[in-house]
Structures are given as structure tokens and as C-alpha cells.
Design a protein around this ligand. Structure first.
Ligand code: 2PG
Ligand code: MG
Length: 432
């Protein structure tokens, strides 16, 4: 029997994200299948990412514009061509870079649609993605980029200064390279998180140590990034692992957030783009073989210096990743490829606006030799579909925050990061 979009029942509602800010959830029902899709939100946004509207407006747009559009089309949802057609109708209606309808309207609907399409074929989402996008399908092992030390806009509190009260670098992530399974990678991340907690509390007192937006630690009064790196390496060792061999670091510098009028305001100094490249190459040379990747080491429009940073990092075997630089959009990715600006692209579904659009960007990246790292946002929900995206496509990495060990996070409702890692474990162990 054909599953027609005209028979779809959809509703949108407001939910709270991990920062306690309102966001949108969509629920779609067709016969006895009900699926959901949420939209996360960033704090350090690229200027060209898909635009959003107010939550009330997004809910209205879903219920009064997009769902009626889909229903009127009355397409057979058991065919993937129809799914693509519905996504394209939505993109056409959304306005320039989603400014009219908002990516916070299109994305949760799109996520729910893909879940529905998978369910109609009796497939898990990752298996559906592999089936309909064979060029992207891969069984390559995905590295977990687990953010355990937070700075920048994810950690700063009103009245504080970056580089003094908090580190400027937004994320120091640990990557369990030696893990043979996702279960083991998660355990390794948890052990390092626990070791770091002990070290930080001993050194700075429990009062000064908090968990920031992505659940990793931040220390009030620790503004020096070099000190933070040293502490993370100490934690890796304390947890029983060898830095560089068992565990590498990945950084998200999020440099756009401290770039003002042509200069980087970094660690209390004004640095030029060239100075920033030097800081990063010196850092890698100080810890040879210990860094896997550096994301947004420069600001989103500092193209020239990106090319030089990537050239320098290639000789050191460190992957440069563009987040604000590419905003999961084709025109910026194409420009980056022309400039040889970065070796990898960060993939965020809400920067793009739809799942279909995101997959097209990933396909273009793959065909051009640019690697993909699938990522959450700093304001997250329990939607775990980015794990399916990473797993289906064998992306270089899945970046989804702190592992949130159960000792500190006993309530599963707070597991907005952990659920994505757990989903990876479940897909690998086929416990789903
Ligand atoms: C980033 C993300 C996620 P935000 O910069 O990569 O870690 O942060 O969602 O605030 O843009
Ligand atoms: Mg980033």
C-alpha cells in the first residue's frame, strides 16, 4: 500500500535545549509510525549559516506552510525520489539562505522525514542513508572528538574576560585513537574526563571548576591555553593512556569569535593572521604527533592565511577543519577547495537547513578529497541522528561534546552529548 504524504499528521512544539533555550521539535505520524526531529542551536555561529526565525514563527511555518505544502503534493513516501522532492520543495520555499521560513523550521521537519522514510522501509536511519546515498556509504571507523576542556563563548560568564578568566580556545577534545570499538572509545573518554576532574579540583578547588556548555570542564581564572593543554595531557596519562599513541587531541579554536577588525585578540595580545598561524604551528611542534586536527584556527574570511595554515599543517600531519569557514554550504566549500583552505569540513545539519542538502555537501566534499567531521551544536537536544550520519558515511570524526560519565550525569534526560556516543555503540553492536 502506498504511504502518501497527504496522510501525514504532523505537529511542531517548543522544547528546551541543553542551554535552557527554546527550540523546535517536530513529530510526524503516518499510520502506526511516529517519528521525531529536533533542531539544535549554536553560540559561536558562522555568519553565512542557514538563518533562523523565532521559535513561535518556526512552529507556525511548519504547521501553516510546510506541512500543507507536503500534504498537497500527496507523494508516495516509500520512494526516495519523493523524499528528495519534499526536501527540495521546502528549500525552494525557505527563501535566501532559509531567511523566510527559518532553518529551525525546515531542519526538524527534514530530520523527522528521514526517520519516517527509514521506518517505512523497516530500516535504521544509518542503513537507509547508506542505501539511498551509496557514494557516501562507508564502514570506516569514526573517531570520537570528545570535548573535555571548554573556553571561548561556551564558557565565558558575564563580566569575564577571555584569555584571563577563561581560555580563548573554545574546545580541547580528546580522541581515543587506540580504541578498537566505540564502547571502548566511550570508556576511554569517560576515564580521561574523570582524571581531569580530579586534577582540576586538586589544583584549583571545586568552586572554580564547572562544566560549560558542552559538558566539558572550565576553570575560572585559568585563561592560559598552554596551561590547559598541559593539564589535559596530564589527565590522559593519569587515566593510563599514552598521549599521541592511545589518545590525540583535537582543537576547536573558533577563531572567528575573537577576530575583530583584522586582528585576533588572543591571550591578551593582538595577533595578525600570520601570528596566529605561527602560534598554531609552534603548538603542534611543541607536541609532535599528538594533535589530530585543528578546527577554525583562523577566522571565517581570513582565506589567505587559511591556505598557509593548511599547507603548514599538512607537513605536520594535522588535519585542518573548516566550521565557520564552510558552514556546511556548497558555495563556501567550493571556494575553500579552490584555495586549498582546509583538509576537512565540519558538518552541522542546522547550518545547512536540511538532511538532503547536508548529504549533497558531504558528497561534494568526498568527491573533492575533503574529509568530513559530523558535529553537534553547543545547544543540543536528545536527537541522536547525527550519529547515524557519521556512522553511515564513515566520517573522519563525530564531534559531540563531553562523554558525560554517569557518575556526574545520573539523569538520562541530560545526556544530550552521551546519547550520540551511545548510539554509535548501539549501531556497532547491532543492539538496535
Ligand atoms: C562549534 C560548535 C559545536 P556552536 O563551534 O564547532 O562544538 O559550537 O554550536 O556554538 O557553534
Ligand atoms: Mg567550531
Amino acid at each position: 500500500m502506498a504511504a502518501l504524504s497527504g496522510q501525514l499528521v504532523g505537529k511542531a512544539q517548543q522544547i528546551m535545549d541543553s542551554r535552557g533555550k527554546p527550540t523546535v521539535r517536530v513529530e510526524l505520524t503516518l499510520g502506526n509510525i511516529t517519528v521525531k526531529g529536533d533542531v539544535p542551536a549554536g553560540a559561536s555561529k558562522g555568519e553565512d549559516e542557514a538563518q533562523t526565525v523565532s521559535v513561535t514563527q518556526a512552529i507556525d511555518n511548519i504547521e501553516k506552510v510546510l506541512l500543507p505544502l507536503w500534504k498537497n503534493a500527496n507523494l508516495d513516501l516509500s520512494s526516495h525520489a519523493s523524499i528528495v522532492q519534499l526536501e527540495e520543495m521546502m528549500i525552494a520555499q525557505a527563501g535566501a539562505n532559509f531567511s523566510t521560513l527559518g532553518a529551525n523550521a525546515t531542519l526538524p521537519l527534514s530530520r523527522a522525514l528521514w526517520r519516517l522514510a527509514a521506518a517505512l522501509r523497516d530500516k535504521e536511519l544509518f542503513a537507509y542513508i547508506r542505501a539511498v546515498e551509496p557514494e557516501l556509504a562507508s564502514h570506516q571507523r569514526v573517531h570520537f572528538l570528545m570535548n573535555i576542556f571548554n573556553g571561548g563563548l561556551h564558557a565565558i560568564k558575564p563580566g569575564e574576560e577571555l584569555g584571563r578568566e577563561r581560555i580563548d580556545i573554545q574546545e580541547i577534545m580528546v580522541v581515543p585513537m587506540a580504541a578498537a570499538t566505540y564502547q571502548r572509545a566511550l570508556e576511554m573518554g569517560e576515564r580521561i574526563d574523570e582524571a581531569l576532574k580530579t586534577i582540576l579540583i586538586e589544583k584549583f578547588s571545586a568552586q572554580r571548576v564547572t562544566r560549560a556548555d558542552e559538558a566539558g570542564f572550565s576553570v575560572k581564572g585559568l585563561g592560559n591555553s598552554s596551561e590547559a593543554f598541559a593539564l589535559v595531557f596530564e589527565a590522559i596519562q593519569k587515566a593510563g593512556f599514552k598521549p599521541g599513541e592511545d589518545v590525540k587531541l583535537a582543537l576547536d579554536v573558533a577563531a572567528s569569535s575573537f577576530y575583530h577588525e583584522g586582528m585576533y585578540q588572543f591571550q591578551g595580545k593582538q595577533l595578525s593572521g600570520k601570528d596566529m598561524v605561527k602560534y598554531l604551528t609552534d603548538l603542534v611542534d611543541k607536541y609532535p604527533g599528538m594533535l589530530l586536527s585543528i578546527e577554525d584556527g583562523l577566522a571565517e574570511n581570513d582565506w589567505e592565511n587559511w591556505t598557509s595554515l593548511t599547507a603548514q599543517m599538512r607537513t605536520r600531519n594535522v588535519v585542518t577543519i573548516g566550521d565557520d569557514l564552510f558552514v556546511t554550504q556548497l558555495p563556501r566549500l567550493k571556494r575553500g577547495i579552490e584555495h586549498q583552505a582546509a583538509d576537512a569540513i565540519l558538518i552541522k545539519v542546522n547550518q545547512n537547513g536540511t538532511v538532503h542538502g547536508t548529504l549533497q555537501v558531504m558528497k561534494f566534499a568526498k568527491a573533492s578529497g575533503v574529509q568530513c567531521v559530523v558535529s553537534h551544536r553547543s545547544g543540543e537536544t536528545l536527537d541522536d541522528s547525527i550519529a547515524d550520519l557519521a556512522y553511515a558515511t564513515g566520517s573522519l570524526g563525530l564531534k559531540t561534546g563531553d562523554p558525560q560519565p554517569m557518575g556526574d550525569f545520573p539523569d538520562p534526560h541530560t545526556w544530550v552529548r552521551r546519547v550520540k556516543y551511545l548510539r554509535m555503540v548501539a549501531m556497532e553492536e547491532r543492539t538496535i
